[in-house]
Design a protein around this ligand. Structure first.
Ligand SMILES: *Cc1c(COP(=O)(O)O)cnc(C)c1O
Length: 377
């Protein structure tokens, strides 16, 4: 069976007469445990609860994809956010005295977490740009290689398989933040990463209504340690979030197909416009890592970063565009965009817009962007 079918079938309940096809959210903290703890499937929602079980079953199918090396199966653990998943991974792996190799263009919140917390407890930070696999030069004696590709918001790409191989040769573990591409668009476990870390707030759930994250692994011992981290820290999501996420994952492949096709059209159109200084999209042949992206990604995703000549011009474009919601985050069904420099977190061009292309009719989007740029000349 293909991913599309397996994901859809995974959320259907067993055919017991008179029960719903899809289970609803289960609002419970404690569950009935009349006798021995081991006899109850669920005991306390901080440890395990039914909506997590279903969600993780779907995540495991997605992370295993068409197949992992040596017939391995992915195991997934959901968390209350991408940041909680990131902290679970870093907190489980890193100890004082360890070195971690980060991309200098990593998502700002992950960077700040490592610089602010892990540096203070004695973790050594090494960083290098995403492009050109430069992180591979810093691996000697390191405990963990953390990669992010495509990176947010620079849309830089690195070779996952090559970097993971180098990490393993150096005795390091390799984790990939796969929020931009999703495991459907790019299977990082199949490419050699030990850990797949994803903010499911973005594309995975896709409706701009849930905060969620997950970590996937194939190794049982790491799975057990991550599970213990979630128990001890209370890092799991609420039942409503897990339930909404499961519903949303049913349409992941559909949404991804449509928004990615739209994003490529938008990127090509932007490249043809004289007002645009540069366009960053891994699916463009002009992207410096296009060959790598085309080899390792099954889908280039919905995010296009591009620069207009100034911050004012970019703001004017966003005001004039009727079909672009000015908001942060990405991966929703409707087109959103923002001028990234307004946050002050990333070293980006003042006029850089990170656009997340939605599932609208492409003709409507291009017409709208056309009028929004034309009025500004
Ligand atoms: C958003 C994001 C995160 C953090 O996820 P949250 O769900 O917002 O906590 C981590 N990595 C990347 C690349 C992201 O875009």
């Amino acid at each position: 069976m293909r991913d599309e079918t397996r994901i859809l079938r995974a959320i259907v309940t067993p055919a017991a007469a008179g029960t719903p096809l899809h289970e609803g959210p289960v609002f419970a903290a404690p569950f009935h445990v009349p006798g021995a703890v081991g006899d109850a499937t669920y005991t306390y929602a901080g440890y395990e609860q039914p909506n997590w079980t279903t969600l993780e079953r779907v995540l495991q199918i997605i992370e295993t994809g068409a197949g992992l090396p040596d017939g391995a199966e992915a195991k997934a653990l959901c968390f209350a956010s991408g940041a909680a998943a990131t902290m679970a991974l870093l907190g489980t792996v890193l100890r004082p005295g360890d070195a971690v190799v980060l991309p200098s263009g990593a998502y700002f919140n992950s960077r700040k977490l490592v610089e602010g917390y892990f540096a203070a407890i004695g973790v050594e930070i090494r960083s290098a740009p995403v492009t050109g696999e430069l992180q591979g030069e810093l691996l000697e004696g390191a405990r963990l290689l953390w990669i992010e590709t495509p990176s947010n918001p620079g849309m830089e790409v690195c070779d996952i398989a090559a970097l993971c191989k180098r990490a393993h040769r150096a005795g390091a573990l390799a984790a990939c933040d796969n929020s931009m591409a999703t495991p459907v668009g790019q299977n990082v476990l199949a490419l050699g990463a030990d850990f797949s870390v994803v903010s499911d707030t973005k594309l995975m759930t896709g409706h701009s209504d849930v905060l969620l994250g997950h970590v996937a692994v194939t190794d049982e011992a790491w799975y057990a340690r991550l599970l213990e981290w979630r128990h001890r820290t209370g890092g799991g999501p609420g039942p409503m979030e897990a339930w909404l996420a499961t519903r949303s994952l049913a349409t992941l492949t559909l949404r991804l197909e449509r928004s990615t096709a739209n994003a490529l059209r938008v990127a090509e159109w932007l490249e043809s416009r004289p007002e645009v200084l540069f366009v960053r999209y891994p699916g463009l042949k002009s992207h410096e890592s296009y060959q790598t992206a085309a080899r390792q990604m099954r889908s280039f995703g919905p995010v296009v970063s591009f620069a207009l000549r100034s911050g004012e011009f970019a703001d004017a474009f966003l005001r004039a565009a009727q079909l672009v919601t000015n908001a942060t985050s990405f991966g929703g069904i409707t087109t959103t965009a923002e001028r990234r420099a307004r946050w002050g977190n990333d070293a980006v061009h003042e006029g850089l817009i990170r656009m997340s292309v939605g599932c609208e009719a492409i003709e409507d989007l291009l017409d709208d962007f056309g009028q929004a740029l034309d009025g500004k000349r």
